[in-house]
Design a protein around this ligand. Structure first.
Ligand code: GDP
Length: 433
């Protein structure tokens, strides 16, 4: 596990930050000898990683004067940590003691993330700029007492972790799969896409037990099409049964960024379509709805509108998914599909800025005040994006019970409007502050 150390002169708020980062899920890993405070080494969970955090301020190494102690603490950080969080006080500006700590840290080849504490409100953000001169790059404004900016700070910290701790999913190849009932045209559409102009299919197609992965390149983007349908066609008889194809579809969905859910225009929407589409939604994947065999329908604007309304009525849970009408057989409009896949995947991986997010939330609150339930008014204090794929947000509230579905839906819609999340589900979690 990676180790992160918090350093800084006394009273900049190291312990407060430490406690905030460790939060409720504190688990004391071990006590380091020679320390007086007990909570100086703890485990922190952030997104998909867990790391150990050291509060060097809690390490009283000797009876030396403060300045010497600070140096010693910074030295501990440099020896022990993979990443150092250097905390300064946004209200005081740069002090001589900050410069002392900085001087020691310059000698380190460890990454240093600079946090400016006590930035308790947006107006105080102006204060952070002078800290660029410390030479550790972008200063991150935070407020330990108000729990502000910690998400962005942690994101910056985690980025510096040695490769081993990174999530494997950091290449930007877009994986997608096609799902839909038998004969909806999955194989035909795979073939149509791969034979399309300006798609460069690489020679190596990987075959797993469950699918054929075909990498291709279009408009300088790398895609992999995960094809379970083709597999079924050539597979053994017992593997062609419905049970296996669902299992295969689920595995393909799991590996996908974007799932194309196919509907047959000729036969219309059936109950099974809904069930299959539900898998993609539940897995939190980006979804594009594809209406295939559009050549069999007398194609005009009106027919398209009507079909779209039917889809929307049947797939209420997929209201974020764009709909593409095409024909795998005649290849009409098949070229419009990949751009939609790209857009959905970009939205699925989109990260929004915390300050902009909070502006959006504040505007939403002004527009539609929070409800009062049983005499208790919901208070929303702060929101932050905690992960991507799909974009997930935590809103800190006075009482999570008070965030009802309808208000959550309202917030979701405001976030969607503000940032454009077409094609991807987004998740909102309420946490007690
Ligand atoms: P899969 O089971 O989902 O892989 O479906 P297939 O790709 O094997 O297609 C099933 C049948 O539908 C085949 O006879 C295809 O020729 C036909 N089909 C596929 N796409 C279209 C289309 O866009 N229009 C029409 N009219 N037929 C199609």
């Amino acid at each position: 596990k990676s180790v992160v150390a918090v350093v800084g002169r006394p009273n900049v708020g190291k312990s407060t930050i430490f406690n905030r980062l460790v939060g409720e899920r504190i688990s004391i890993v071990e006590d380091v000898p020679g320390i007086t405070r007990d909570r100086i080494y703890a485990q922190v969970e952030w997104l998909t990683t867990t790391f150990n955090l050291i509060d060097t301020g809690g390490i009283e190494l000797s009876d030396e004067p403060l300045l010497v102690q600070m140096r010693e603490q910074a030295e501990v950080a440099m020896n022990e940590a993979d990443v150092i969080i250097f905390i300064v006080n946004g209200r005081d500006g740069i002090t001589a003691a900050d410069e002392e700590v900085a001087k020691i840290l310059y000698k380190s080849n460890k990454p240093v993330v600079l946090a400016v504490n006590k930035v308790d409100n947006p107006e105080m953000r102006e204060n952070i700029y002078e800290f660029y001169s410390l030479g550790f790059g972008e200063p991150y404004p935070i407020s330990g007492t108000h729990s502000l900016g910690l998400g962005d700070l942690l994101d910056a910290v985690v980025q510096h972790f040695p490769e081993l701790d990174q999530t494997p999913d950091d290449d930007d190849t877009i994986y997608f799969s096609l799902i839909g009932r038998p004969n909806v045209g999955k194989s035909s559409l795979v073939n149509a896409l791969l034979n399309q102009e300006r798609v460069i299919v690489s020679d190596i197609a990987g075959t797993t037990r469950d699918a054929v992965d075909t990498p291709f390149n279009k408009d300088d983007r790398d895609f992999v099409i995960i094809d379970t349908a083709g597999m079924r066609k050539r597979g053994k008889i017992y593997e062609t049964t419905e049970k296996y194809s669902i299992l295969r579809a689920l595995k393909a969905i799991e590996r996908s960024d974007v799932v194309l859910t196919l509907i047959d225009a000729e036969t219309g929407i059936i109950e099974q379509d809904k069930k299959i589409a539900g898998y993609a939604h539940d897995a939190g994947k980006a979804v594009v709805i594809v209406v295939n065999k559009w050549d069999t329908v007398e194609s005009n604007e009106k027919a398209m509108k009507e079909f779209e309304e039917k889809i929307r009525a049947h797939f209420l849970f997929l209201d974020y998914a764009p709909i593409v009408f095409l024909s795998a057989l005649t290849r009409k409009r098949t070229h419009t599909l990949i751009p939609k896949v790209l857009e959905a995947s970009e939205n699925h991986a989109k990260r929004v800025q915390t300050n902009v997010l909070n502006d959006v939330i504040m505007d939403a609150l002004a527009m539609n005040p929070t409800p009062t339930i049983k005499g208790q008014r919901l208070k929303i204090l702060y929101a932050t994006q905690v992960s991507v794929k799909p974009p997930s947000f935590v809103v800190f509230v006075n009482d999570p019970e008070l965030l009802h579905f309808s208000y959550e839906r309202f917030l979701e819609n405001r976030i969607r409007e503000a940032f454009g999340f077409e094609g991807t589900p987004i998740k909102i979690f309420a946490r007690k502050r």
